[in-house]
Design a protein around this ligand. Structure first.
Ligand SMILES: [Zn+2]
Ligand SMILES: [Zn+2]
Length: 351
């Protein structure tokens, strides 16, 4: 539940609006048209309401950049530890502890306005830039990008799902664009749906401009793109949500779920090598993402599951999937391996 407060000449109009933030909608705006200093009671009342409207994050004026200096050393340390312990070869316990530390930081609401969090993200994207042009000789190399974005490189192709530049809210203070060579590397971009945490018009134009393909339709027949077979399924969401089943030229089957809301709505597909699963899949709100993820994994039994849609910073905290959920589900009883990755990390998958 959120509050929208509109003040016209000292008249407070308070509208309480249920918001489907889960669906990637923009949070409500606290719109203050004119302050009437003569009517201090109404103004004081409004301020109290603003204080309790903990979900409201935007005003008509840009908020100042809140630099949480306390995090600076931590962010540098987290990045260095992740670099020292990459997904393929790092110490699992150290990785889990490090990603849980990142989880704690991103679970503080103000961290999304922290310059240090932004710098961490930018540095991790620079890491992707340094790696993306390196040839892949076997299997898949999978980069975890922002939100539910992934880039996958094989010996033959480089393709991406739901790639966007960054958290939209950062654009209020500073613009961030993915490094040019990362964008130029993408031959095909698959877009699950047009919510802004999955769909980035500027990025789409850039990919088309360099000759890349963007798939954001739902054909009945399989597509054959650069030697890959692509089956497009529909999931359950409040707008049309595509679930892409991509079979690469070197024989790996990848399923990206977009914002599909339930395990039941997943197409029953066998022999999935990599499931890129939205970690908030909560059976349309009837349970928690942990149970939903378990249900999805037990239904599809992929060889590997990589969770996405974690800490999408536009979503209020209680609606944001956390890294810890994906560690909790990995209790040894699952039929699949689970690889939790932070922004910019990459993982090599071979058969
Ligand atoms: Zn969505
Ligand atoms: Zn989403």
């Amino acid at each position: 539940m959120q509050l929208t407060i509109i003040i016209f000449n000292g008249t407070a109009l308070i509208a309480i609006i249920e918001h489907g933030l889960r669906n990637g909608n923009k949070p409500n705006t606290v719109l203050i048209r004119k302050r009437n200093h003569e009517n201090r009671f109404i103004w004081l009342f409004a301020l109290v309401l603003i204080g309790i409207a903990s979900h409201c994050t935007t005003t008509t004026c840009p908020e100042p950049i809140v630099t949480l200096e306390v995090y600076e050393d931590q962010m540098v340390q987290i990045r260095q530890t992740l670099l020292d312990h990459p997904p393929n070869s790092g110490d699992l316990l150290i990785r889990e502890q490090t990603i849980m530390s990142l989880d704690d930081i991103l679970s503080v609401e103000s961290s999304r306005d922290s310059a240090n969090v932004f710098e961490f993200y930018a540095a991790m994207m620079q890491k992707v830039s340094n790696e993306i042009d390196v040839e892949v000789h076997d299997g898949l190399r999978i980069w975890m990008m922002y939100n539910h974005g992934f880039i996958i490189k094989t010996p033959q192709n480089t393709f991406a799902f739901d790639l966007i530049d960054a958290y939209n809210g950062w654009q209020r203070y500073r613009s961030y664009e993915l490094p040019e060579n990362v964008v130029n590397a993408v031959d095909v971009l698959f877009i699950s749906h047009q919510h802004l945490d999955h769909w980035d018009e500027t990025l789409i134009q850039k990919i088309r401009a360099h000759g890349g393909m963007v798939i954001e339709s739902t054909p009945d027949e399989p597509l054959y793109i650069n030697g890959m077979k692509v089956d497009v399924h529909l999931g359950l969401h409040n707008i049309e949500n595509r679930i892409f089943e991509v079979t690469t030229t070197n024989g790996f089957k990848i399923l990206h779920t977009g914002d599909n809301q339930t395990s039941e709505a997943l197409p029953l597909i066998e022999n999935i090598d990599v499931l890129l699963l939205n970690a908030w899949v909560n059976e349309s709100g009837s349970t928690y993402g942990t149970y939903g993820m378990r249900n999805c994994i037990n239904k599809l039994k992929p060889t590997l599951m990589i969770p996405g849609h974690i800490h999408e910073l536009f979503h209020v905290l209680e609606n944001r999937a956390k890294y810890k959920w994906s560690f909790y589900i990995n209790d040894g009883s699952l039929p699949s391996a689970v690889q939790v990755m932070a922004w910019g990390e990459c993982y090599d998958v071979v058969k």
